[in-house]
Ligand binder design. Structure first.
Ligand code: BEZ
Length: 210
């Protein structure tokens, strides 16, 4: 088992996918990335998930995010299933699906949880920053389809932290006030946030989203 924690470098791998061989780090380039696993091809929840991800392409593009899916089924199965996803979800799958038949990538990312099912990957999600550091890890059970709006929300928050030195409060939605990082002094905050900020407490300072 390989434990990956936030801040670790995302393990690199080379694998077969529906768009050919992918070297993960080279494929990511300078983009943010989402690597997500699903339990198996030709399953109902996964079919809706992959269709949804295909429809969100413009949202991922806006945020400079590349998406890659994975299951332990083979390439032939993936290609047949893509036809079903496109037909039933009224979309065109526009991202690679890794065929991890030897479970090499699943093991590297600890995507198989044997006490849940020793043959299938669970619904793991990894968000990776352009420096290849892991920024988010979420694990869902096989029976719960993921909320991709939540994933976009977290990516917006991660990018605000990376580029604008703010954090986001509970239940934050895009456009709402942000929290100034504790590492930013009031003097620096005055320069960084021209719309100003409200000091509710010295450790709780709110500023409009920039
Ligand atoms: C599904 O993708 O529909 C699914 C897979 C495994 C267990 C339950 C649902």
């Amino acid at each position: 088992m390989n434990t990956i924690r936030l801040g670790d470098e995302a393990p690199n791998f080379t694998a077969q996918s529906t768009v050919g061989e992918v070297n993960f780090h080279s494929w990511l380039g300078n983009s943010w990335g989402i690597l997500f696993s699903h339990p198996a091809d030709y399953t109902p929840v996964c079919t809706t998930e992959l269709g949804t991800v295909a429809k969100y392409k413009t949202e991922f593009d806006k945020r400079n995010v590349k998406v890659v899916a994975l299951s332990v089924d083979g390439l032939e199965s993936h290609h047949g299933w893509i036809n079903d996803i496109n037909e039933t979800q009224n979309t065109a799958v526009n991202f690679p699906i890794i065929a991890d038949e030897d479970k090499k990538v699943s093991a590297l990312y600890d995507m198989i949880h044997p006490n849940s099912d020793d043959k299938m990957t669970v619904r793991s999600v990894f968000v990776i920053a352009p420096d290849k550091k892991v920024k988010l890890i979420i694990t869902y059970p096989a029976s719960t389809g993921r909320n991709f709006d939540e994933l976009l929300r977290v990516i917006d928050s991660l990018q605000l932290t990376a580029y604008k030195k703010v954090a986001t409060p509970a239940n934050w939605e895009n456009g709402e006030d942000c929290v100034i990082l504790p590492s930013v002094s009031n003097e620096e905050a005055e320069k960084l946030f021209p719309k100003g900020f409200v000091e509710v407490k010295p450790y709780l300072r709110l500023t409009p989203q920039v």
